[in-house]
Design a protein around this ligand. Structure first.
Ligand SMILES: *Cc1c(COP(=O)(O)O)cnc(C)c1O
Length: 219
């Protein structure tokens, strides 16, 4: 077995057992994805609907597929078919479209709310102060189940510098969970990437999304 296999084994050994590893596979080949799955990855995170569609058609090993990139409303129909979870819901309009398409497909779509903890204009995600109201609004939709929160946080040189952003996501996560809303079951807090996942786990993440540390630098 190769380098990808070894990287996954090492990361899985290091992560506490309650933490789910999502392999972030944008730009990676189906063969690379297969190697990660063979080493124990159970969740694949894709950023683009079309790329996921192509890859999913050839990757035969069993895994969950999560949408972790920005989702355009005109791609929702396809996304609802392809993905097990959409992690990047950040508006009621998007949630309503997912609800409509999930209804057509006769399923309830598990989604997560992306929070823009760094308040960055170029990134997706609902503003931290608007997250609770958004989840309340979405909880009225029958074909969508909110299962957690996702955040990226700003780019940092020093992993320690992202801690306040992850802490903020955790606070919002706990607040929403305490509301006990219908169609909302706050199970997953998805945060932390290759350079920041240790800090994320310390701040309460139970899902980390890792690309480079598994597959190497992006080409
Ligand atoms: C690429 C990506 C990751 C993983 O980033 P790495 O630094 O390569 O580990 C995590 N989350 C999202 C949304 C991504 O697009």
């Amino acid at each position: 077995m190769g380098r990808i296999y070894d990287n996954v084994r090492r990361i899985l050994e290091e992560l506490p057992p309650h933490v789910t590893l999502v392999a972030a596979t944008k730009g990676r080949t189906p063969e690379e994805v297969e190697e990660a799955i063979s080493a124990g990855v159970r969740v694949i995170g894709e950023n683009y609907v079309q790329e996921a569609e192509r890859k999913k058609a050839v990757v035969k090993s069993d895994a969950e597929w999560h949408m972790i990139g920005r989702l355009q409303r005109n791609k929702v129909k396809k996304a609802v078919k392809l993905f097990d979870v959409i992690q990047t819901v950040d508006s009621f309009k998007l949630a309503r479209e997912i609800d409509r398409r999930a209804g057509d497909a006769g399923k309830v779509m598990p989604v997560m709310i992306e929070v823009n903890t760094g308040r960055e204009v170029q990134k997706g995600g609902v503003m931290p102060e608007d997250a609770m109201a958004l989840v309340e609004e979405i909880s009225s939709l029958k074909n969508v189940e909110v299962i957690g929160l996702m955040t990226m946080g700003p780019y940092v040189e020093n992993p320690e510098d992202i801690r306040p952003y992850f802490r903020l996501a955790r606070e919002i996560f706990d607040k929403i969970r305490s509301l006990d809303l219908p169609n909302v079951d706050m199970r997953y807090l998805s945060m932390g990437m290759s350079s920041t996942y240790r800090v994320a786990v310390e701040e309460g993440a139970n899902m980390v999304r890792i690309g480079t540390a598994i597959f190497g630098p992006r080409r």
